[in-house]
Write a protein of this length. Structure first.
Length: 130
C-alpha cells in the first residue's frame, strides 16, 4: 500500500516539533520520549526507534512549548509505517500516527489555539486527504 493510500487525515497537520511522552496503557513498554513530526486537532505523528502495534492504547503528555502545563490525552495508534532501511535520515525508525481519544476540552482548546497561531505565522501544513 502506498503512503498516500493510508494517509487520510480528517484535520490538516502542522509541522510542530515538540516533545511528547508516550506510555502504553497496559504498561508493556517503558515511557518513550519523542519529538512530534506534525500535529493536528485529531492527533499527532511521532518517529520512534521502537514499534508500537496498531490499535495500541497509549497515554500521552505533550509539551506544546507554550510555557504552560503539558496537555495530556489517551490515544490510539492508528497507523504505523517502518521507514526504509536505505534512508540516510532516521533509518530503521517507525513513523507512528496516534489519534487523540480522550482529551479535555481545555487541552483541546489550547491545542487549537497553538495550531491556529502557527498557521497564521506561516507554519508548513500537510494537506488533509479526508
Amino acid at each position: 500500500m502506498s503512503w498516500e493510500g493510508i494517509d487520510r487525515r480528517k484535520f490538516p497537520r502542522v509541522i510542530y516539533p515538540c516533545m511528547v511522552k508516550i506510555t502504553t496503557s497496559d504498561g508493556s513498554q517503558e515511557a518513550l520520549l519523542a519529538h512530534t513530526e506534525n500535529m493536528g486537532q485529531g492527533g499527532l505523528c511521532v518517529t520512534l526507534k521502537n514499534d508500537i502495534k496498531l490499535f495500541t492504547i497509549v497515554d500521552m503528555e505533550v509539551d506544546l512549548l507554550d510555557l504552560d502545563e503539558h496537555i495530556t490525552s489517551k490515544g490510539k495508534v492508528v497507523w504505523n509505517v517502518r521507514r526504509k532501511s536505505v534512508e540516510k535520515v532516521k533509518p530503521m525508525f517507525y513513523d507512528i500516527g496516534i489519534e487523540f481519544t480522550d482529551i479535555s476540552d481545555q487541552d483541546q482548546g489550547r491545542l487549537r489555539q497553538n495550531l491556529q497561531m502557527l498557521i497564521e505565522k506561516g507554519a508548513k501544513l500537510l494537506k488533509p486527504y479526508i
